[in-house]
Write a protein that binds this ligand. Sequence first.
Ligand code: AMP
Length: 306
Amino acid sequence: MLHILKTRDELGLFLKEQRMRHRSVGLVTTMGALHKGHLSLIARSKEENEFTLCSIFVNPTQFNDPADLERYPRPIERDVEALCTAGCDALFLPEVSEMYQPEEEKQGVWHLDIGPLEEILEGAFRPGHYQGVTQVGHKFFKLIKPDRAYFGQKDFQQFLVISRMVHLLEMPVELICCPTLREPDGLAMSSRNIHLSPAGRKEATLLSKALFLIKDIAPSMHVPGHTAGETKMLPKESILSPEDARLRALDLLATSSMIRVEYLEIADASDLRSVKGWEDASSVIALAAILVGQTRLIDNVFIKQW
Ligand code: AMP
């Protein structure tokens, strides 16, 4: 049975009961319009915790564009059904006024030093976004005190930002990054995909294709067990640099007149700083954000991962 909790008090009472029964709590924070990607986080939390709580909250302070906030989908009845089917134990569904004092809703009231992550990639294109993310993340973690919290790799920069917040504020929670779920044609599942026109939906597959192209181009020397052998077998001149691979991926995206690229970078997965050589970091990730018509999509693919 899914318990729906709308206020801090209801949530507090409910969690107290779980704690008295010594049940570990897994948290999945979402903005709703749930899809299989969200549900995979719930499934993982159910495997690893005795109690799983999902939150649905369209957080106004992380939207830098009021029109984007306005049109964010909110199919709450369908979401409740999906959570029941998934066997989620409780849903925290607060109103904005339950989470924020009126003066807190303005950008700039909250600030946490998250370092360069705030200014690069998503941060550069969505000013204030990550301050909103940490502001609400901090509130949820303080209220819920989960043992574990589950995030999708699709929002990898967000995962790094939350990790930094947890580190800085010494919050006792384990963070788990789960794989991105994709449609059969490779498009990362997202609540925003419903905004794509039929033609845009077709073109949107180029995003994951471009990122996987980089993975194909990158020398496979990172494959454990094949390290030295494979590198030696590749003639050095045939190995493209990360910048060449990036340009090939951009060429692929440029084949669609519907697509505008905001960024496409190949970076060190620990801090998202761009790499010049494939060996510059032990984990390398390719990340991109594009606009397909009016719809903004992001995605990323690990190129090598130790
Ligand atoms: P959102 O509702 O978009 O804020 O996402 C809530 C959580 O679901 C975040 O941790 C996302 O990274 C995660 N998520 C979103 N899309 C996917 C996906 N396709 N696969 C796995 N996790 C996802």
